[in-house]
Structures are given as structure tokens and as C-alpha cells.
Design a protein around this ligand. Structure first.
Ligand code: ZN
Ligand code: MN
Length: 466
């Protein structure tokens, strides 16, 4: 039996605009006192009229462009009707027929995952279950969301994780959302079914309530396994067009049946009568495109063209701040050796502290690079950290602390003689095993306070001992 998992992902991204999607309420609801960020519009009171948030629309277009989508110049909102206690109006304002963005793609591991659409909608409130009671908090009601729907082009849990990481990285590069899965500002719903023996499809399952990246992977793997077993035991279901919604129970590490899936007809979508169609002209869309930063894939390609490894390039491009610091230090240089030199400092000693790009001085790196043969790599690491923290020229520090390697043969030879006299046992060891020279070199480095050129120290010790 050959099984190909068919996985699609629906991702909801909560935009971090100042105000909500259709009213002026504060959209920052995390940890706010319940029901303090509300008004007649987001409480769905009769007669209240929604006014779309322009920034949220622009950010949705921006995100669509970053995902390689085409942008619909004219769009409109629709009502998706369903009842749930956290949905005060009895419908969600969303987009069905004409989303802001369509037909994009993301490249992962060299192949394309097609993106069907990125549309704009509003978030619901939150139900909080306390004992036998359910409390409602409407602070989140009406917070702007972008829903990104992929085509089912993903074939494993691992690929789903890479896709989600990439969406998260792009969203953070754009600065339109924290995209924090644990906090709920990024939420993922996988759809999973199987293509068996090149002939059969198992029924489609949509998985809800997954609250972490590990959860997404576990839920997908659980479903692949469950559907495989079901297919083997129950051939009646093959090629069924049934759709079901299953919840994810993270404690039991399994999915459970929630409901037979409703189709879009069940929601009685119709155009939102209180909001006229939204028009963005070609010029306005191009103006938004011009605000796109260099995106992760472009950064990675640029870094690899500097001969940096895949690993280094990915690490540097991980977030926009870090890669911007690298770009600032690189300062247009195309020297692979310099690129590697600053990479080692940024992902080494400087990774341990939080860096402020404004305080980064490219010439400090350049100066250390120009004197790298006179400074040990350990000293260079110390110097870059100290020069950043004290905002002092690293070469001044090196001079003041006498850290330049001594390449003066006479001076090192004196030290070598002293080390030989002081370490008769090690000298004996060396005569039996030349590899043990390392100990004597180490002693010499120690008495020189780390300033001796280690190559020269080794040569001189060997000469004196021969
Ligand atoms: Zn409101
Ligand atoms: Mn949605």
C-alpha cells in the first residue's frame, strides 16, 4: 500500500493594528481586563455600523504581495452566518468571493506550496469555561485577521512545520503581527486526507484547536495514522467525499470527531450591506509593494552568494532585526572572507546579548578584520563584545590591554626558554611524543598573557628542543 498524505493549512494571523477591524476599540486584547475593549459595533448591538480599518486592509494586501499573490483591485466583505456565543452579531464579516489576495505560493525545500487566497476578516470573542459556567470576553471580538489558505500541496508534518515557520517569519518581517502561536495571534488548522495506491482518497478531515507547532505536527501524524488504519479496516469509506471536523486533544495526543463538516452553502454568505466595495487602485497597490522589505528568501540568496553556508545564511535571515544588523555591518562589502568573519562574531559572542542596531559600529568590525592576523580569535571575540558594550574602538582596547600578538621572535624566544626550564616533565614527554608540544605552547601562551603568536611560539619551542 502506497500512501501519500495530502495536507493543506488554513492559517489565521491576528494583525497588530492599533484599533479593531470595524470600530475604534483598542485591538491589543492580550491580558486586558475582560470586556473593557468593547463598543456597540464589536458587541454587535442593533443599529451599530462597521467602518473598515484602512491599515488592516493595506497590511492584508502587503502580506498577500509578500506571498506572491495577485491582488484584487476591487473587493467586498460578506457575512458568514452561524451561531456561537462568542459571535455576538450572529455572523462574521469576512470575504468569500473576492478576497484581497489570490494565487500565491511559498517555496519550501525547492518546491512550491500554492496559496489559494489571503482574505480579511474579523476575530470572534472568547469563551472561557470556569467549572460549569461559561464566561464571555469580547475584547478580541472584531480584531482584524488575515486568513491564509494553502492548496493541499504539503505531504508531511515536517513540511507543514517548515511552511508555518516561513509564514511566521514573513509576517514578522512585515511587522504586521507577532504571529505567536502560543498566544493565539497565529492559529493553524490543518486539513488531512490520504491518496492511497494512486487510486483512492480517504475522507477529508479538518483539525481544530491546535495550539502549538508541535501540536500541528502531532495532529497531522495522528490523522495520517488513523486514516491509514481506517482505510485498511473499512474499505467502504474509500473515495468518500465526506468532510468531517475533528478536534485535537493535546493531553491525549489524539483527534476526536466534532461534527460533520458544513459546506460554505450552510453559512448563507451574502454581501455585507453596511460596507461598500473596497477599491485599491493599481498605483495604491504598487505603493504598498514598495514598502515590502527584503524578504527572508531574498536575504538567504544574497548571503549564499557571499559563500556563506546554508546554515549561516538561514541563521542570519532568521529575523529582520538580526539580518539588518548583519547588512549594516557588511556595509555593501562583497568579500566572502569578511562576510564569514562578521558572521562568526554575530552568531557567536554577539548572539549572547541583545543588540541595538543603532549602537552597531561597522568600522569596529572592519578594524578588527584588518588586524585579524595580530589578534587571536578568542581575543577578537572579547574585543567585539567589549567595544560594543563600552562603545570604544576595539583596537584602542587591544592597545591599552596589550592584546596584540607578539610576533617579535626575540621576545617569544625568551619566554620559550623560560617555559622549557620551568617544565622539565613536559619537555621529557615531548621527547617521547612530539604531539605533546601543545602543552608547552599552552604554557607559553599563558606566560605571555595570551599575546604570543601561537604559530611562532610553536616553531620556536620546536627549534629550541630539537
Ligand atoms: Zn468596538
Ligand atoms: Mn477564518
Amino acid at each position: 500500500m502506497t500512501i501519500t498524505p495530502i495536507i493543506g493549512l488554513e492559517v489565521h494571523i491576528e494583525l497588530k493594528t492599533k484599533s479593531k477591524m470595524f470600530c475604534g476599540c483598542d485591538a491589543q486584547h492580550f491580558h486586558a481586563q475582560p470586556n473593557t475593549h468593547t463598543c456597540p459595533v464589536c458587541l454587535g448591538l442593533p443599529g451599530a455600523l462597521p467602518v473598515p480599518n484602512k491599515t488592516a486592509c493595506e497590511w492584508t494586501i502587503k502580506l498577500g504581495l509578500a506571498l506572491g499573490c495577485s491582488i484584487n483591485e476591487e473587493t467586498f466583505f460578506e457575512r458568514k452566518n452561524y451561531f456561537y456565543p462568542d459571535l455576538a452579531k450572529g455572523y462574521q464579516i469576512t470575504q468569500l468571493q473576492k478576497p484581497f489576495a489570490i494565487n500565491g505560493h511559498l517555496t519550501i525545500d525547492g518546491h512550491d506550496i500554492r496559496i489559494n487566497r489571503a482574505h480579511q476578516e474579523e476575530d470572534t470573542g472568547k469563551s472561557i469555561h470556569v467549572g460549569d459556567e461559561t464566561l464571555l470576553d469580547f475584547n478580541r471580538s472584531g480584531v482584524p485577521l488575515v486568513e491564509i489558505v494553502s492548496e493541499p500541496d504539503i505531504t508531511s508534518a515536517g513540511e507543514a512545520k517548515i511552511y508555518l515557520n516561513k509564514i511566521q517569519q514573513i509576517v514578522r518581517y512585515l511587522g504586521v503581527s507577532d504571529a505567536d502561536i502560543e498566544k493565539g495571534s497565529m492559529r493553524c488548522e490543518p486539513t488531512v486526507n490520504l491518496y492511497v495506491d494512486g487510486k483512492y482518497y480517504t475522507p477529508l478531515v479538518e483539525i481544530k484547536n491546535v495550539a502549538s507547532l508541535t501540536g500541528v505536527m502531532n495532529a497531522i501524524n495522528f490523522e495520517i495514522d488513523r486514516q491509514t488504519k481506517q482505510f485498511e479496516s473499512d474499505h467502504v469509506e474509500k473515495n468518500s467525499t465526506n468532510k468531517t471536523t475533528r478536534g485535537w486533544d493535546a493531553d491525549k495526543n489524539q483527534t476526536f470527531l466534532q461534527r460533520e463538516k458544513e459546506g460554505s452553502a450552510d453559512y448563507r454568505y451574502f454581501p455585507e450591506p453596511d460596507i461598500p466595495p473596497i477599491v485599491f487602485t493599481k498605483d495604491q497597490i504598487e505603493t504598498i509593494r514598495a514598502t515590502l522589505p527584503e524578504l527572508p528568501d531574498q536575504k538567504i540568496a544574497k548571503y549564499k552568494s557571499l559563500n556563506l553556508s546554508d546554515f549561516d545564511a538561514n541563521l542570519l535571515a532568521e529575523d529582520l532585526v538580526f539580518s539588518s544588523i548583519f547588512d549594516k555591518v557588511l556595509n555593501g562589502s562583497t568579500d566572502p572572507e569578511y562576510a564569514k568573519f562578521i558572521t562568526n562574531l554575530l552568531i557567536g559572542p554577539l548572539k549572547t546579548i541583545s543588540l541595538d542596531i543603532k549602537k552597531i559600529k561597522p568600522d569596529y568590525f572592519q578594524k578588527l578584520f584588518s588586524r585579524r592576523s595580530d589578534l587571536s580569535s578568542t581575543i577578537i571575540k572579547q574585543l567585539i563584545l567589549e567595544s560594543y558594550q563600552s562603545d570604544t574602538d576595539p583596537l584602542e582596547i587591544a592597545k591599552a590591554k596589550n592584546l596584540f600578538q607578539v610576533s617579535d621572535t626575540g621576545a617569544i624566544e625568551e619566554l620559550a626558554k623560560q617555559v622549557i626550564t620551568d617544565n622539565p616533565k613536559a619537555v621529557n614527554d615531548y621527547k617521547k611524543n612530539p604531539l605533546s608540544i601543545g602543552f608547552l605552547v599552552g604554557q607559553l601562551m599563558k606566560v605571555s598573557g595570551g599575546s604570543a603568536n601561537p604559530q611562532l611560539a610553536k616553531q620556536l619551542l620546536e627549534k629550541l628542543l630539537s
